[in-house]
Design a protein around this ligand. Structure first.
Ligand code: TXA
Ligand code: MG
Length: 328
């Protein structure tokens, strides 16, 4: 990537807006983010207003690398540096005890802060020049599918709210970062994502507790709410036989449907949109596919679930939250 010239004019424009307390759309390797200067609470408040997101939900602070960890977190355990060394820049967010100066606008009023160094070269260059931290949730309206292209982001916000979206092309990973909490006795997996659980456990040398279905009032993780990441069209998930039966029934009833097949469904009876059979390619395509099919005005999208094996953990998690009806 280092041979590709970076669009410095775009980065300069982004820096000026961010320093002035405005929002900028930024590419990351996972999904696009809606960024504001994390040290300006009024700028961070604009993110929540633009997204329609409840103000008590914490946002991730994006930094250039592990050298900035101590600017945002304190009492940092060795494991944080081990994981940062292994996976940064990359799709891993670490939850750590916050520094006292970190605004409640960023932390949702909690004692912790989420930190991540994204790998996209454009945003990495932006963060290096910016020097501080960028608060950035995914750049979508609250509850909607996360954006994986600059065009998706422009479709989510009016130009008055968001003047600039840095175009870094389609996101390579396509689902959000893995979130690991290093607060408390043992590291916990709060959200499966771009870095696999097995890869993290290999670095830590012990198993991770998996806590994605637990959301107490003390630790609010909006990405853990059901009906998150959802398309506007009714999405129905299930195994091949369930999807085939539902498709036949709905078609007989005169509905316009699309079947998102994984592997077992091969039929000329209903329209098929074949999904990638490899978990990385599936993740990369998932949100863009849901957005594309959302525009086609179907009555329902019927999706054949991929297998419940470890490499599909992040995709299964997002499908579970995106589905309006689960047949299995
Ligand atoms: O890949 C990603 O993580 C993308 C890109 C833009 O970096 N960001 C993203 O942000 O997915 P968002 O806000 O859509 O989801 C971040 C998740 C939320 O579920 C939020 O609640 C959680 O991280 N989070 C942030 N700070 C936290 C904290 N201090 N404690 C617990 N959860 C936290
Ligand atoms: Mg989000």
């Amino acid at each position: 990537m280092s041979h590709i010239p970076l669009p410095h004019a775009q980065i300069s424009a982004a820096l000026a807006l961010l320093r002035a307390g405005e929002l900028v759309g930024i590419p990351t390797e996972t999904v696009y983010g809606l960024a504001a200067d994390a040290s300006q609470p009024a700028a961070v408040a604009k993110i929540f207003a633009a997204k329609g997101r409840p103000a008590d939900h914490p946002v991730i602070v994006h930094i250039a690398g592990a050298a900035q960890l101590a600017a945002w977190a304190q009492n940092i355990p060795d494991e944080a540096y081990l994981l940062a060394e292994a996976f940064w820049p990359g799709p891993l967010t670490l939850i750590l005890e916050r520094q006292p100066h970190v605004s409640p606008a960023v932390t949702g009023g909690q004692d912790t802060v989420g930190l991540r160094a994204p790998a996209h070269p454009l945003t990495h260059a932006l963060l290096s020049e910016f020097g501080g931290g960028l608060a950035a949730p995914s750049a979508n309206q609250f509850g909607h599918v996360s954006p994986t292209t600059a065009e998706h982001v422009r479709g989510e916000f009016s130009p008055e709210v968001l003047q600039l979206v840095l175009d870094g092309g389609p996101c390579a990973v396509g689902v959000e970062s893995t979130i690991v909490s290093l607060v408390g006795d043992t590291p916990k997996l709060l959200r499966p994502g771009g870095v696999s659980r097995a890869a993290i456990e290999a670095v830590l040398g012990h198993p991770l507790e998996h806590h994605t279905n637990q959301h107490s009032a003390k630790q609010r993780v909006s990405g853990l709410l059901d009906s998150h990441y959802a398309p506007r069209t009714t999405l129905i998930t299930g195994h091949a036989e369930q999807i085939m039966a539902a498709a036949a029934q709905r078609q007989t009833a005169g509905e316009r449907i699309m079947v998102l097949s994984y592997s077992a469904i091969q039929s000329a009876t209903y329209p098929l949109h074949p999904m990638p059979t490899d978990s990385d390619n599936y993740a990369q395509a998932l949100y863009a596919t849901l957005r594309q099919l959302d525009l086609a005005g179907y009555d329902a999208l019927l999706l054949e679930l991929p297998p419940h094996t470890p490499e599909w953990l992040a995709v299964q998690d997002r499908l579970h939250r995106a589905a309006h009806h689960k047949l299995s």
